[in-house]
Design a protein around this ligand. Structure first.
Ligand code: SF4
Length: 399
């Protein structure tokens, strides 16, 4: 069999739902024709969602950045301030956080993503206090937040095990973990960009503990900081192995590194083609993960639309606030009306989803679309302090 025929045979097997090995995934990632890769991934998506394959989902959420003070100093991060930099560092008080939650509810948001630095004083007690206050005031909001890195940090600060930390913040109101902090799980690229973060194995171990306690999560991949193709596939393998045991990862969300205002300047961002290949290979390789999310904050709207034809079934969020990747140069923004238009222009019917991916509103008739103009103007006149926040209604990657 020729090399091309071998690649096609693996693609055909994957498109039919067969499991592929890490080596086969790497071969496809490197050398399968782009459109053939996308077609195979789309076939898998269509079969998985037979009956609703015409739909692409989104969620309305608010990303609440509670502090940018962080002791972990990841080299790719343009958001954090070291504790001694009191001019750059900030924290939000509980009243401010609750006000943001109230605005989220008012604007039809269903999910809060609590995201911030590893503050040297924030142990389990800080998160218990804030999550319980949010849940008491807004029981309808889903707290889909944090990740294994925050658990490792808060458990260390409080002198408890990761399991106890997870049990306590779950009891206080955390519903599920976002995939933050996964970055790149293999040792070499992880150490190169986040030397003070826990290892990739430890990140997965904590996620596995969470899944076994009934706390599900999503998971991410940061592309374009100098990792090899083999390391990207190894990242997927590590996730798939855990998922075989727990089934707790709801979605996989790759996104691309943004090169501004951090210590990795000069490294190459992943190209749109690399990104689309990753969306497709993730759909084919991660046969045990239900949802693959297109991220267009970092790759752009057209790439987000294309991702829907390369295996993605979800296009992130209408997000009411975001500061982290925006600090590093992500510039792509839109409002809900534009998101609905983009999904339709990509040939899909948009549907607003819940955190757990049930369809809340299927927008199958444009005549019934929500009118968001008042939402956008309301947000534009809403003071969002904290320096770098973007007050408009934005659509970005959510985990
Ligand atoms: S990515 Fe997170 S953990 Fe790393 S420096 Fe930035 S805020 Fe801190």
């Amino acid at each position: 069999m020729t090399a091309n025929a071998e690649v096609q045979a693996v693609l055909d097997r994957a498109a039919d739902g067969g499991r592929i090995t890490p080596q086969e995934a790497l071969d496809l990632y490197r050398s399968a024709p782009l459109h053939a890769l996308g077609a195979a991934a789309d076939a898998v998506r269509r079969r998985r969602y037979a009956g609703t394959e015409h739909i692409a989902t989104y969620i309305i959420e608010r990303n609440i950045n509670y502090t940018n003070v962080c002791v972990t100093a990841c080299k790719f991060c343009a958001f954090y301030a070291p504790p001694k930099d009191t001019a750059k560092g900030w924290t939000r008080d509980l009243d401010d956080i609750l006000r943001r939650c109230a605005e989220t509810v008012e604007l039809g948001g269903t999910q809060i993503m609590f995201q911030g630095g590893h503050h040297p004083d924030y142990g389990v007690e800080y998160y218990e206090k804030h999550f319980s206050a949010i849940k008491q005031a807004f029981p309808q909001l889903v707290i889909h937040s944090l990740g294994a890195s925050e658990v490792e940090h808060m458990a260390r600060i409080s002198g408890v095990s990761a399991e106890e930390a997870i049990r306590r913040i779950h009891a206080a109101g955390l519903d599920s973990f976002a995939g933050a902090g996964a970055e790149l799980l293999p040792e070499r690229p992880r150490k190169a960009i986040a030397p003070l973060k826990e290892s990739g194995e430890r990140w997965l171990e904590i996620m596995e503990i969470a899944h076994n306690l009934g706390v599900e999560s999503t998971t991410t991949m940061l592309m374009g900081t100098g990792e090899t193709n083999a390391e990207r596939i190894e990242h997927l393998r590590m996730i798939r192995d855990v998922q075989d045991r727990t089934g707790g990862f709801r979605a996989f969300i790759p996104y691309t590194y943004q090169p501004e205002n951090n210590h990795l300047k000069g490294r190459t961002q992943a190209t749109v083609f690399e990104y689309l290949r990753m969306i497709a290979i993730a759909r084919l390789f991660l046969d045990n993960v239900a949802h693959i999310q297109g991220s267009w904050l970092t790759v752009g709207k057209e790439a987000g639309q294309l991702a829907l034809h390369y295996g993605a079934d979800d296009l992130g969020s209408v997000m009411l606030e975001e500061n982290v990747v925006s600090s590093a140069g992500a510039r792509h923004r839109s409002n809900r009306m534009e998101l609905l238009h983009l999904i339709r222009a990509a040939g899909r019917v948009p549907a607003q989803r819940a955190t757990t991916y049930e369809h809340l509103v299927v927008h199958d008739d444009p005549a019934n679309d929500p009118v968001d103009d008042h939402v956008v103007s309301h947000l534009s006149s809403t003071a969002i302090d904290g320096g770098t926040a973007h007050p408009e209604l934005t659509v970005i990657q959510a985990s």
